[in-house]
Design a protein around this ligand. Structure first.
Ligand SMILES: [Zn+2]
Length: 848
């Protein structure tokens, strides 16, 4: 069993490591790695402890002299050189190891994907390449020589030499080992350039397998837009002569920000109108930006230890969200981000995996690349910006870059720059980083003699390991509307610091309607007694687009909750939707978001947090019924909007046409519930882009009328891995619940189900877990199928198996029979002999 690591145990590395030279002689099953580490002791008498896993030690020397067996200790996790064998001053350690990239199925360290060598070192993959102090606070300059017959040999930094069978790269910027990267393969580049704000020319390359190069143009443009935006918005200039991106088919995550050599899951690079949806394009642009932005927030300034992961991730997610908001529609982006936050992070926070953005212990750090670290981490940065204002935020960031460039930092360093630049004490605010759980913010109101008072209370439920939850500083953006819908008090930010606190507004002529938590100014659950009539009023009148959408969402959610418990849809909701369909003044993308019903998992979460036990079948039926009711009530308006949103001319992924397509598909969903799929079939037959083709196919699958379209889709795309991932995912996620597990079983037996490819595995298994009523089938068949596959994947790829085990994180929501079935599967997984430390930590936490 792997030991737990604690934040409180942090100690600096007792050696300085300024320079590293690496030499790789690549061979699929016997790659040789020679490493030269230039070390200087910082503490007398310290042993040199290096991490290393699955390495075959070939040679080991200090200053050219081989070490004797008595000088060191070699274990399964590393190499310790005894103090007596170390010189007192600076010395050079040389090692040679052998590794087998072709046998590396975990996809951590150096591995192979379709004949190409590539690396993934974050968080702790570098220790599978060579013996090294594999920790982010050891920052060194790397020189890399790669020897191979493959035509393209890439590493970090700038190219300094190349010839027949070799290339050398030198990275002038000190970096931790997790940012190391190497790629070797038969690749082709789509190239461009960028001139930085100081006039330097940077060569840009997107490397892909031959045949994919016609689908890289959008990614290249996104990179250029990101580089320009970071200069304009944050004053950050790129710092090497070259920037390379490589697309890889077998990749555990989305993408990785290795210095000067980003490695991407190919689904986040390759796009053409025929193969990628509007959402894919938006996501590609956002992830290209995210990884590029890490060059400053992550690489130039990195994390002292992995507990500080949200220092780089929360900030960089916040930066990429702001970028997308600037490139597209800011209000729509904010709503999409909050949907993601609630769907993933609030769900995580409500279950056994709840943890603070900065945890204080872990067994396997790979299990902490979570929605809490990323998405909630970004919300916390957004709140800081709200508290100090846009100028104060820029001043704080300028100070952060000036003070900490080249350093490995902590959340304390980050908070301190805001305190020093704004003069504010942020001690209480820091609880957002150290405390787990989603605060519930209750509000009551009073109106007397022109004075309106909001009485707030905040409360956060106990989370694993944290019973006490002191009050947090919560920025609450509030505006007030008059009875006719005009804004009588514009947005102001109330700072709540106590467990109970009241705020008053004076001089009002009539009782106002409050618009609270505008722009979703804090990641909390707002609880307020309200009425469908008032929600409909805000949906019609609120000047804050987020809260306008929020009012409609709350109305939809309460309607679905009532229907899932045997009620009927209320007239207010149906009327409000009717007004919205016809509201030509609102952006199509915004109307699409308002028309889309909350997902079944969101309804289940809402019921559970109101103290009810969600019934997955009843929720599914309620959602289908509401769709049908909406369509019957507003058929003419929906059909007219559907027709009016057809985008003429050639496809572009820009915000305006994407918004129209999004509204069109949002109308198609209810229409399909009453037209027998006629429109969806017609759209599928005529579609010239993947957005509409897949959008139509989704409706047909949900109706159980997709056999023909699925076959023709497959016949057309079976040689395109990324498109076939969609084919697997759509069927697993949308097949009617009673047939979902049988469909998933059939898909798992399909010859195209290459389960060792993480994208394909996630498409099928992730699709099934998104099929709420299918996954949660009362007889437990969904749970069993899912657990069987996690057990099968774990020895091959523990990281992906562990991440996907979060499908079970909501077990406590459901009835006792389902609880017992889910816990039974988790217990069965936990009992597997040889279970990875990744998955065993997850099952232990999930079981509580
Ligand atoms: Zn990141």
């Amino acid at each position: 069993m792997h030991a737990t690591t604690y934040l409180a145990d942090y100690r600096p590395f007792p050696f300085a490591l300024e320079r590293v030279s690496l030499r790789f002689r690549l061979a699929p099953e016997a790659t040789r790695v020679q490493a030269e580490l230039h070390l200087t002791p910082r503490e007398a008498g310290a042993a040199l402890v290096l991490d290393g896993e699955e390495l075959k030690l070939i040679a080991l020397a200090i200053d050219g002299a081989d070490l004797k067996p008595a000088d060191y200790l070699l274990t399964e996790t590393g190499l310790t050189i005894h103090p007596a064998a170390l010189p007192e001053g600076a010395f050079t350690l040389t090692t040679e190891v052998e590794i087998a990239p072709a046998l590396n199925t975990a996809l951590e360290g150096l591995y192979m994907s379709n004949g190409m060598y590539c690396t993934q070192c974050e968080a702790e993959g570098f220790r599978k390449i060579t013996f090294y102090p594999d920790r982010p606070d050891v920052m060194a300059r790397f020189h890399v020589r790669i020897e191979s017959d493959l035509p393209v040999l890439l590493s970090n930094g700038n190219p300094v030499a190349q010839g027949a069978g070799f290339a050398e790269w030198d990275d002038p910027w000190p970096k931790p080992a997790y940012l190391f990267a190497l790629v070797a393969g038969d690749l082709v580049a789509t190239s461009g350039s960028f001139t930085t704000m100081s006039g330097r020319e940077v060569a840009l390359n997107i490397w892909v397998r031959p045949g994919d190069e016609d689908r890289c143009g959008f990614a290249l443009g996104a990179l250029q837009r990101s580089m320009g935006w970071d200069e304009r918005t944050y004053g950050r200039e790129y710092d090497l002569h070259i920037f390379n991106i490589v697309a890889v088919d077998d990749f555990n995550m989305g993408a990785m920000e290795n210095k000067g050599l980003n490695i991407f899951n190919s689904k986040l690079v390759l796009a053409s109108p025929e193969t990628a949806t509007d959402l894919d394009y938006e996501r590609i642009e956002a992830v290209i930006a995210h990884e590029y932005f890490h060059n400053w927030t992550g690489n130039r300034i990195t994390c002292r230890d992995w507990f500080q992961l949200c220092l780089k991730e929360g900030l960089t997610v916040f930066r990429d969200q702001s970028f997308t908001a600037d490139m597209r529609l800011g209000a729509v982006k904010r709503i999409e981000d909050v949907i993601t936050l609630r769907g993933r992070q609030f769900r995580e926070d409500a279950g056994p995996l709840s943890h603070p953005p900065r945890p204080d212990h872990y067994r396997e750090i790979n299990n902490f690349y979570t929605a809490t670290v990323y998405e909630k981490g970004a919300e916390v940065v957004g709140m800081l910006k709200t508290l100090v204002g846009p100028e104060g935020y820029r001043a704080a960031l300028d100070l952060y870059f000036a003070r900490h460039d080249g350093q490995a930092c902590t959340i304390e360093d980050w908070i301190k720059v805001f305190e020093d630049s704004s003069g504010r004490d942020l001690t209480q605010f820091k609880r957002w980083y150290t405390d787990a759980g989603t605060p519930h913010l209750k509000v009551a109101e009073r109106f007397e003699n022109g004075t309106y008072t909001l009485d707030f209370t905040q409360e956060t439920a106990a989370t694993p390991g944290q019973a006490e939850k002191p009050a947090r500083l919560i920025p609450i953006a509030v505006g007030l509307l008059g009875p006719n819908g005009d804004e009588v008090v514009p947005t102001q930010v109330l700072e709540m610091t106590e467990a109970r606190q009241s705020f008053t507004f004076e001089g009002l002529g009539a009782r106002p309607v409050p618009s609270i938590l505008r722009g979703f100014s804090a990641p909390v659950v707002l609880e307020r007694e309200t009425s469908p009539a008032e929600q409909a009023f805000l949906l019609a009148h609120d000047s804050d687009p987020f809260n306008r959408w929020e009012a409609g969402r709350a109305l939809a959610l309460s309607t679905l909750c009532a229907m899932a418990q045997g009620g009927a849809p209320g007239g207010e909701y149906l009327d409000a939707v009717g007004r919205l369909i016809a509201d030509e003044t609102a952006e199509p993308a915004f109307r699409a978001l308002c028309l889309r019903l909350p997902g079944e998992d969101e309804v289940a979460q809402a019921l559970a947090s109101a103290g009810a036990v969600p019934d997955p079948d009843a929720i599914h039926a309620a959602r289908r019924k509401l769709m049908e009711t909406l369509a019957n009530r507003h058929e003419a308006a929906l059909a007219a909007t559907y027709a009016a949103c057809a985008v003429p001319g050639p496809y572009t992924p820009d915000a305006a046409p994407s918004g129209l397509r999004s509204l069109r598909l949002a109308c198609l969903a209810p229409l399909s519930a009453i037209d027998g799929g006629a429109r969806a079939q017609a759209l599928f037959d005529s579609a010239t882009n993947m957005t509409e083709s897949l959008g139509a196919l989704n409706q047909l699958i949900a109706l159980g009328k997709a056999e023909g379209p699925l076959a023709s889709f497959r016949a057309r795309w079976e040689n395109n891995r990324l498109v076939m991932d969609k084919w697997f995912m759509a069927q697993a996620a949308l097949t009617p619940p009673a047939a979902a597990v049988a469909r998933a079983e059939a898909l798992a037996a399909d010859p195209l189900f290459d389960w060792k490819n993480p994208n394909r595995f996630r498409s099928l298994l992730g699709g099934l877990s998104a099929n709420h009523a299918g996954f949660h089938r009362a007889d437990g068949a969904g749970y069993r199928f899912y657990a069987d596959w996690l057990i099968r994947l774990d020895p091959m790829n523990p990281q992906t198996a562990a991440r996907m085990s979060t499908a079970f994180e909501t077990w406590a929501r459901y009835d006792t029979a389902r609880q017992a079935l889910m816990r039974g599967e988790l217990t069965r997984i936990a009992a597997q002999p040889g279970l990875s430390r990744d998955l065993s930590e997850m099952t232990a936490r999930l079981l509580g």
